[in-house]
Ligand binder design. Structure first.
Ligand code: HEC
Ligand code: HEC
Length: 318
């Protein structure tokens, strides 16, 4: 079976800088491993193109005002509002995370409540705070639309249904990959790709700033869950991962997000509470927010103002 990885190619034309062009790539970009694709079906370029159209179509929301792209807009695929608005101005419960490299992770959502991309992608449609449209109504709308009906027939050989809608959307999201950055070119021997300040930041990231422990280089996430103290009020964390696992040890733990493209995805953290990378670095320097379940890797850091700037410059190279 030919394994095709859908990939993202940012359009070089400055004119279209806001609207990236996508295409299917045969190989992952520099710095990223091969993605493990689903075994139940083979993603195809046609499936990707249909998913891309659906992702941008507000028809999948109750009042036809909100699409997936409303909350996950290019180029960062995250939303500038800490809690983006869905249908009728109702607010999503958390920050809309970047969709970069989500295909490398099985568990989706900040607390990992969804077991796969396929399992997750229909949830925003029915979520009353997001697109607020019952799934059956969404499928009926697609079936009533001549062009969609023909496209689903061509790509999946049938009427739009739950499975085909899941597969089209998941295939598009898997294609939102980000690698081949200044950092990757540097690692590949192009020593001019990173500035001296960024190289210092890289060294700090891997040494005394200890970021690598959770943001493992390559994908820059361990895809695990940690309590960093974000969302703690009066020493009390939110349930976080414990909502899913029911394990006390997981209280207040959230998924380590990728740092790929992080300069494009402010504000930060599951509640969008940190507006800038400077605020994030200051948060880590003070050792996160104290609470009974704080991850033991979270310790105050000794980083001078110059070192903090270097760390930020490094993050911007990803
Ligand atoms: C109203 C805003 C909104 C809309 C519309 C929306 N999302 Fe999201 N998206 C979010 C929020 C908020 C989260 C985090 C949810 C959580 O962790 O519980 C999220 C999470 C995700 C994730 C999981 C990412 C991760 O790292 O775990 C994926 C994938 C995703 N959305 C894809 C989509 C797709 C596909 C659509 C359209 C069908 C969509 N979203 C529509 C706000 C939105
Ligand atoms: C104990 C594991 C751990 C360590 C160590 C760690 N992080 Fe994180 N990082 C996380 C988790 C978990 C989150 C999400 C927290 C949340 O939203 O509740 C996160 C979030 C972030 C974000 C926000 C990304 C986004 O898209 O919202 C940035 C930026 C970041 N970390 C950078 C760093 C830097 C820089 C360091 C080193 C100084 C570091 N992290 C050390 C686990 C860690």
């Amino acid at each position: 079976m030919i394994r095709i990885l859908a990939g993202l190619l940012l359009c070089a034309l400055a004119l279209r800088a806001q609207e990236p062009a996508f295409e299917f790539l045969l190989e992952p970009p520099k710095g990223l491993p091969k993605m493990v694709l689903p075994t139940a079906y083979e993603p195809t370029p046609a499936m990707f193109a249909l998913g891309q159209r659906l992702f941008h179509d507000a028809m999948l929301s109750a009042d036809r005002s909100v699409s997936c792209a409303t909350c996950h807009p290019a180029p960062g695929f995250a939303h500038p509002d800490p809690r983006p608005a869905g249908v009728g101005g109702r607010r999503a419960k958390r920050h809309a995370p970047s969709l970069f490299n989500r295909g490398y992770s099985t568990l989706q959502r900040w607390d990992g409540a969804s077991a796969s991309l396929e399992a997750f992608v229909l949830e925003p449609i029915a979520d009353p705070n997001e697109m607020a449209l019952a799934l059956d109504d969404a499928l009926a709308r697609l079936a009533d639309d001549d062009r969609y009906r023909a496209e689903f027939e061509r790509v999946f050989g049938g009427k739009p249904d739950r499975t085909s809608l899941q597969r089209a959307l998941a295939t598009f999201v898997r294609g939102i990959v980000r690698g081949d950055s200044a950092y990757d070119r540097f690692l590949n021997g192009d020593h001019g790709a990173m500035t001296a300040e960024q190289r210092t930041g890289f060294w700090l990231f891997e040494s005394k700033a200890k970021c690598w422990q959770c943001h493992t280089p390559g994908l820059f996430t361990d895809e695990k869950f940690h309590n960093t103290g974000i969302g703690v009020r009066d020493d009390k964390p939110e349930p976080g991962r414990a909502r899913v696992t029911k394990a006390t040890a997981d209280t207040g733990a959230f998924k380590t997000p990728t740092l790929r493209g992080v300069a494009l995805t402010a504000p930060y953290m599951h509640d969008g509470s940190l507006p800038t990378l400077q605020a994030v670095v200051e948060f880590y320097v003070r050792g996160g927010n104290r609470n009974p379940h704080l991850d033991s890797r979270m310790q105050p850091l000794e980083l001078s103002a110059t070192e903090q700037r270097a760390l930020i410059a490094f993050l911007e190279s990803l």
